[in-house]
Design a protein around this ligand. Structure first.
Ligand SMILES: *Cc1c(COP(=O)(O)O)cnc(C)c1O
Length: 397
């Protein structure tokens, strides 16, 4: 069958594949512990659910403006002002079916054949396929664990060519949890402004930040970088609303208008009921966000400590999101019987088959010396899974 060239190299999302395999094992009755999750395990807060039910009962079930309701855009503008010191008017805001779709739209409207986008690795695994689907070249820049998995201004400067249109920044990061400080962002912004490249700032984990880290939006640092930045956020991670599919982007009016035109021919408006629910999420009480964050912080501490007790693993303490990213390079080359484990994928397979623990291999994020373990699951599960990993890894010689 003849398919478009564009989709030839596009693979399905491997994090979803791991969950599918873990679920298949579960269906056979195997007791699998999953550290694969890319979503909060908490339920959506009740006030948000009640608002959605009311929207259904009141008949808010028809088409809405393609880029989202004015009511929600105003709530988003207010949120940017209050949380991020950013002033956007509603013509600079679009609501999409998840932050993922906002990112997809941005890349569609600013990239094309013959252009490049800089993606620091380890990266969220949807950025490279999004670039490929726009016909552009993803340029992967490896960051170093010693530098906190953050791209340096020198690395960025060196990577920029005449073809570069944009860089993606994701702070706090999925998968590493790395979070850029204000000073670090200032230096990145200087390079972006000097070279005139767009910054796509994926701030979906803004609310999940730990210790004394302070979240900064790069667009807030100067007028020059504000004009070059498209800020992306959403309700999925902060409000445990992954299934509702509401994300948003804000930036230069021309870009947002082009995204809105594009979206009007693909999804049209995100679900009307979810638009209402997201408005309540942003405008309603915020206590549940902090409760979830505190619980995540406890789990992070426990999981990092346990990873560091596993012989052959070492694990930095991430500053945000809900993943730990242990270095497993000392385990590669070890094995059991005649079998050697030579990659993060083989180690992930071994852990699923032997320990019945699902983890995501670092290779999926462009970093083969690591695993990603999600702590978006109960402390009891984390303890059980870490006991099993410790025992299975001890079996490798
Ligand atoms: C989860 C996630 C998203 C997408 O979230 P949506 O559910 O589409 O709003 C975007 N970026 C990163 C880094 C993520 O982890």
């Amino acid at each position: 069958m003849q398919l478009a060239n564009r989709v030839k190299d596009i693979k399905p999302s491997s994090t979803l594949a791991i969950s599918a395999r873990a679920n298949a094992l579960r269906a056979e009755g195997v007791d699998v512990v999953s550290f694969g999750a890319g979503e909060p395990d908490f339920d959506t807060p009740q006030n948000i659910k009640d608002t959605a039910i009311r929207a259904i009962n009141e008949g808010f079930t028809k088409y809405c403006p393609a880029g989202g309701t004015v009511e929600l855009k105003e709530a988003i503008a207010e949120k940017f002002k209050k949380d991020n010191g950013l002033s956007y008017d509603i013509a600079q805001i679009i609501v999409s079916c998840g932050a993922k779709h906002s990112l997809y739209n941005i890349i569609q409207v600013i990239l094309e054949e013959g252009t490049e986008i800089i993606i620091p690795a380890p990266y969220w695994l949807s950025y490279p396929p999004m670039a490929l689907l726009a016909g552009a070249d993803p340029v992967i820049i490896n960051t170093r664990e010693e530098e906190g998995f953050k791209i340096t201004p020198a690395q960025l400067k060196k990577a920029i060519t005449k073809k570069t249109r944009a860089i993606v920044l994701n702070s706090p990061s999925n998968p590493t949890g790395a979070s850029y400080s204000k000073e670090e962002l200032e230096r990145i912004a200087e390079v972006a402004v000097e070279k005139n490249v767009f910054v796509i700032s994926d701030e979906i984990y803004e609310k999940l930040i730990y210790d004394d880290s302070i979240f900064t939006s790069i667009a807030s640092l100067s007028k020059e970088i504000y004009d070059l930045t498209i800020t992306v956020n959403g309700v999925s991670k902060a409000y445990a609303m992954t299934g509702w599919r509401i994300g948003y982007a804000a930036g230069p009016r021309e870009i947002i208008e082009a995204m809105t035109r594009t979206q009007s021919h693909s999804t049209s408006n995100p679900t009307s009921i979810s638009l209402k629910a997201a408005t309540e999420a942003l405008k309603g009480p915020q206590e549940t966000v902090e409760e979830m964050r505190k619980e995540f912080a406890k789990r992070r501490d426990y999981m990092v400590d346990r990873c560091n007790l596993v012989e052959g693993m070492s694990c930095p303490r991430p500053q945000g999101a809900f993943y730990v990213f242990p270095n497993i390079s000392r385990l590669l080359g070890k094995g059991f019987g005649a079998k050697r484990i030579n990659s993060s994928a083989e180690l992930a397979d071994y852990l699923l088959n032997t320990a019945k623990v699902a983890v995501v291999p670092g290779v999926d994020f462009g970093a083969d010396n690591y695993l990603r373990l999600s702590y978006a699951t109960s402390l009891d599960n984390i303890k059980k899974g870490m006991d099993r990993i410790e025992e299975a890894v001890a079996g490798l010689k």
